[in-house]
Structure formats: structure tokens, C-alpha cells
Design a protein around this ligand. Structure first.
Ligand code: URA
Length: 257
């Protein structure tokens, strides 16, 4: 039932206000017409109260929308993470597997989130998405040197020579100079942890192949100071909160000094 005091949201107008239909559009709920129709149909609650006037002005900061029964906090920019499972490609138009974008809810796709760096279809682990171009640039720019931390299991046993080569630098095809890991340590006889400053095509697999070994499974554990949360199961996504974003921000600030 439409509640009578929808107009009371006018009292919430502060210095910055937006039409409700525009707020919905910014959050990925469809075109202006679609958003207006959803509001008129009574499918939208603002802070728990049904509001059927798409023209009503609201202050979006801190706003909690409910659209078709799903609660959706207003966010000016979207920052999310996914625990990528095996068998998903980091592409909107995958050739042989499913798309990682199919793991996200439709409003995030509508608002144009991009994946930040790519993982191969058979690589698992931490994958970030955002629609904030500056944030994406800071995360992937080799100049910022934000570490990408991988756990790689190899076909053959590790050797000291192999670990030394990864630390001091290996030459990859099409690269003018050897590339070194930021850090590299053995975890067990066949598994190592490798931190890289760049995100070149198949970089971990190619670096390990350059030492004469072969990756049989690859998992991204962390980006900078941010670890994949143990509570997030493969295939699940969630928003990054302010603490998570601060941790990621420290990752590039600390590598710039
Ligand atoms: N390096 C690789 O070889 N594959 C990945 O998916 C990520 C880094």
C-alpha cells in the first residue's frame, strides 16, 4: 500500500538533492522511463517508506532504497569484490566459459562496473570491480606498484634455483627486460606464494614456465594489503566497505614513497 507521507521526503532535502528517478538510474535500475515507471508502480521504498512520486527530491547520501523488495544502499561509486571460481572468463563476451559479470546483480552491470585486472578462466580468487575510473587506474597502474599476491601450485617440485630466478627476474617473450617478483616464498614442496607489481598477460604462468616448471593451479589471495575474505565462498560477491577501501588505498600510497 502506498503510504500517505511520501511528500515528507522533501524535508530530507539538504544541500545536494536529486530526483528519486535519477537516484535509481544512477544505481543501475534502468533508463529514466523504466525508473519512473517502477516508482509509480509502488515498487520503490525510500528509507522503508513506499514512494510513488519519481519527481520527489531526495538527498541521496545515506539513502536506503528498497526496489522490488531488495534493499539497496545508495552508493555514489560502486566497489565490489568477487571470489572468482574456475570456469569463468573476465569478459562481457566470453568465448568458452561463463562471464564473471554473470556473478554480479543486474544493477551493477547496468551502471557499468569493470573488472580490475583479469584472471584466467582457470584461476580462482580475489577479483575487484568498480565504476570509478581513477580507482581502477590506481589499482592496475604498474607505477603505483600495488602487489597482486598469488598462490601457485606447480607440476614439478620447487627448487632454490627456481625461487632465486623468480626473485631476481626472468625474461618473458615480448618483454624487453627480465621481470622480477616483488616477493616469492615456498609454501610446500610444490606450492609457492608470489607477489607481482604488474598484471601482464598470463604473467604468473609465463614466469614459472620460464624457470622450467609449470603451474597446475593458481589462486589470487590478496591485492595490496587486502586479503580475499575467508567468509566469501567461490562465486559470491560483496561490497567493499570503507575499511576495505582504506586498506587498498594504503597499498598504493605505501608503494609510492
Ligand atoms: N597470471 C596468470 O598467469 N594468470 C592469471 O590468471 C593471473 C596472473
Amino acid at each position: 500500500m502506498i503510504q500517505p507521507d511520501c511528500a515528507s521526503f522533501k524535508t530530507m532535502v539538504k544541500s545536494v538533492s536529486m530526483k528519486l528517478s535519477r537516484v535509481l538510474r544512477s544505481q543501475g535500475f534502468g533508463s529514466r522511463k523504466v525508473c519512473e515507471a517502477r516508482v509509480r508502480a509502488g515498487a520503490v521504498e525510500v528509507n522503508g517508506v513506499v514512494c510513488d512520486d519519481p519527481e520527489i527530491e531526495v538527498d541521496p547520501v545515506g539513502l536506503e532504497l528498497t526496489v522490488d523488495g531488495v534493499v539497496w544502499a545508495y552508493r555514489e561509486k560502486a566497489y565490489v569484490l568477487v571470489h572468482k571460481p574456475v570456469g569463468y572468463e573476465c569478459s562481457h563476451h566470453p568465448s568458452h566459459h561463463r562471464s564473471v559479470f554473470s556473478l554480479l546483480p543486474p544493477p551493477l552491470l547496468q551502471r557499468g562496473v569493470q573488472c580490475i585486472g583479469r584472471l584466467d578462466q582457470d584461476t580462482t580468487g580475489l577479483l575487484l570491480f568498480s565504476d570509478d575510473g581513477q580507482f581502477i587506474h590506481r589499482m592496475i597502474s604498474p607505477k603505483k606498484g600495488v602487489a597482486k599476491v598469488y598462490r601457485a601450485t606447480c607440476a614439478d617440485p620447487l627448487s632454490d634455483a627456481m625461487l632465486d630466478a623468480l626473485r631476481s627476474g626472468v625474461l618473458l617473450n615480448d618483454e624487453p627486460a627480465p621481470i622480477a617478483a616483488l616477493a616469492c616464498e615456498a609454501i610446500d614442496t610444490h606450492t609457492l606464494r608470489l607477489s607481482l607489481a604488474e598484471g601482464k598477460y598470463h604473467q604468473v604462468k609465463r614466469m614459472i614456465a620460464a624457470t622450467g616448471n609449470r603451474v597446475v593451479s593458481l589462486h589470487r589471495e590478496a591485492i595490496g594489503h587486502y586479503d580475499l575474505p575467508a567468509s566469501l565462498a567461490p562465486g559470491e560477491w560483496r561490497w567493499l566497505d570503507d575499511d576495505d577501501l582504506n586498506r587498498l588505498e594504503q597499498s598504493w600510497q605505501s608503494t609510492m614513497s
